[in-house]
Write a protein that binds this ligand. Structure first.
Ligand code: NAD
Length: 261
């Protein structure tokens, strides 16, 4: 990145979001790190990134389940960093259950955190990006934004929604210097996926952890390999570069061939 940029990465104290924040900072970007927990460890993530990459990195607590806090996150980052040039909507949760017994509170939380938060942060960020004539919105969707799997009704609905939101925002901003794209990872070994491995291993004690990973988790991923957080982060860095100025309203899959099927 030649010009100094500022970025928000939602849900960036762990997993993919943390790797994206690191990668943007390593390119010289000032970053706002976010989660809802406000722990010592959360603040330490920002401090480590600032020290490692000699950039400004601040921690901002905001619960992405709450519209007002999504919008306040953007306002606070714009104030503290001077602008929000790059918005990466990454925060997300998962819950797995057949639709008829899917808990209503889990449905509501997944739609709020995985989909509606991206609407609220985008709505709060685009006016300044348009005025600046440059901006990047990158939504971390999923292979589940393009394909379905049983027992993931809320997640699949939210991620398909994120892809639709991305395309709509891209059209509204076309020609303004602001792009909107979605990254669609297949399975990446993060805490979110580790929980699914543990739950499936408990449900299938006969299989063992290695077969749970190969035969159940990576069943749909033809490479039979996890994508890495750094591979996902590299795609975000590309989308935030000037080389990607004409890439908008589209998806990049990092899924070992999943959606080629
Ligand atoms: P993770 O659990 O490691 O990290 C999730 C992050 O979101 C954490 O920093 C957590 O603090 C934050 N978060 C959760 N709820 C929040 C809330 N209410 N407010 C603010 N922050 C909140 O998960 P991950 O695997 O790194 O997932 C990151 C994104 O990538 C998610 O949107 C997920 O759906 C998507 N994704 C993950 C995979 C995968 O295989 N891991 C695949 C495709 C897409």
């Amino acid at each position: 990145m030649t010009t100094k940029r500022t970025a928000i990465v939602t849900g960036s104290t762990s997993g993919i979001g943390r790797a994206i924040a690191e990668a943007l900072a390593s390119g010289g970007c000032d970053v706002a790190i976010n989660s809802f927990s406000d722990t010592k460890e959360d603040h330490a993530v920002a401090a480590e990134i600032a020290a490692r990459h000699a950039v400004k990195a601040i921690y901002i607590r905001a619960d992405m389940a709450r519209p007002d806090e999504c919008r306040a996150l953007v306002a606070r980052a714009a104030n503290d960093l001077g602008s929000v040039d790059i918005l990466v909507n990454n925060a997300g949760i998962q819950f797995v259950s057949p639709v008829e017994t899917f808990p209503v509170d889990r449905w509501d939380a997944i739609i709020a955190i995985n989909l509606s938060s991206a609407f609220h942060t985008t709505a709060a960020a685009v006016a300044a990006m348009r005025e600046a004539g440059w901006g990047r919105i990158v939504n971390i969707a999923s292979a589940h934004g393009l394909r379905a799997s049983p027992n993931k009704s809320a997640y699949v609905a939210a991620k398909h929604g994120v892809v639709g939101l991305t395309k709509t925002v891209a059209l509204e901003l076309a020609g303004s210097g602001v792009t909107a794209n979605a990254v669609c990872p297949g399975f990446v070994h993060t805490p979110l996926v580790e929980k699914q491995i543990v739950d499936l291993a408990a449900a299938h004690p006969d299989l063992g952890r290695d077969r749970v990973i190969r035969d159940l988790i990576l069943q749909k991923q033809p490479s039979k390999q996890f994508a890495t957080v750094d591979q996902v982060a590299a795609s975000v860095v590309y989308l935030c570069s000037d080389a990607a100025a004409q890439v908008t309203g589209t998806t990049i899959s990092i899924d070992g061939g999943w959606t080629a099927q």
